[in-house]
Design a binder for this molecule. Sequence first.
Ligand SMILES: Cc1ncc(COP(=O)(O)O)c(C=O)c1O
Length: 488
Amino acid sequence: MTAIKMTDSKTILDSMFDAESFRTVGHELIDLLAEELQRSLSAQRPVLNWRQPSTEDKSWQAPLPQQATLDLKALLKKLEADILPGNLAIHHPQNLGHQVATPLPVAALCDLVASLTNQAMAVYETGPSATMLERQVIRWLSTLIGWQMQEVNGVLTSGGAQANLTALLAARQHATGSNIWKHGVAAQRPLRILASEHSHYSISRAAGIMGLGTDAVIRIHTDSQGRMLPAGIARAHQDCLSKQETVMAVVANAACTATGSVDPLQEIGEYCRAHKLWLHVDGAHGASALLSARHRDLLQGLEHADSVIWDGHKLLYMPATVSAVLFRSAQDSYLAFAQDASYLFQGKNHEVETYNVSYRTLECTKRMMALKLWTAFSLYGVEGMATLVDEAFAKAQMFAGMLQVHPDFELLMMPQTNIVCFRHLTKGVSGEESNRHQADLRKRIVESGQFHLTQVELHGKLWLRTTLMNPFTQKEHLQALMDCIVSA
Ligand SMILES: Cc1ncc(COP(=O)(O)O)c(C=O)c1O
């Protein structure tokens, strides 16, 4: 572990790829990370060491090193002293912010395997094991939805936003029938997407990317529990028909980002079936409820979907990113993209071509994403993984119950999944002033480093928003948050 000598190219290369120093520093790195994990889980560090980004930025203005400035020992020190403490402590029981998984440590080890072996995965021969692991995982997730597939019917992608885009590209091709990929949308009747007013921004971003314009997304109202109204879908659909517009997809949430509400999938699915509309379900957050015998019913009707996305790095407790985009018909999984590239593909009739994942993804080089999911399911089974979902949902119910009976808080709704939204009530303060109060509270609490929580605006009202992801968050941590808000 000596500093790299810049004078001798053989020495440099030997040093870069030295297996022995990889082993030594690797062991030390794992020790360091295990300590950090323990510190976070047992709340022995702040959730966040808040530093003003503009100040922080100044300390990261070093010139690009032309020669080595660090050896491996110094790298470990830098990680320990600076980089890890500057992270949001994702495993901290008072980290209640976004829907980001507290990743399973074994899944992080799998990502190390993926990094070192660097399987490009564009075609089968650039990642044979990676391809087979992915096919296995896709089959498992489809089985959980209730689809018994003969063929592999989807792919893993880097993130839910890209997965939504992939599904909607397929829906667009399906709705138009002609070769949209070649001819574009100019000659088409206007294409529309009907989506919940709470749909994730990646839906309208996909409409923008597809050249439809974000106005092509027609927002459907939700009920008081944040669930899209099926009658609103029917009205918007009829309206589109009367204007000679084509509804290329209905997008339902399971669950929505803002409140964790799950749309009535059964009813929406029946409407879509009856009217031959493509149903896309954004299950980035909530599809994992399928693992749980206790919560599976929440997703009744999901099997009617034509496409479903599912994030591993949310309630499957994977490190980011790994998302699945799945299609009810395996053939539909080829609709999103159409490409000739002789340096990669060998022609549709070649026997290995169906194993080449690039036909179905935006990505060319693609990380080996399936190993961590395959490992987690193999080590813990669906039953073990369901414990994570059950814990998260139970904690959300508990927290909502605590807020509901406290005179200083207003609960938005009982959570359907693991997202809890609430406001702090102050006498005589309402409207804009109350919104400012919630935002100010959040800012102060986050910057204090005691908790991480988020906020969301719904119909002009600002709510504090917590996502109960961490299975080690206990009643006392939630009570401490309420006390902290009241005393703040
Ligand atoms: C419902 C929903 N869909 C899609 C996304 C986007 O997923 P990703 O962040 O993996 O790109 C999110 C992210 O939070 C989400 O909550």
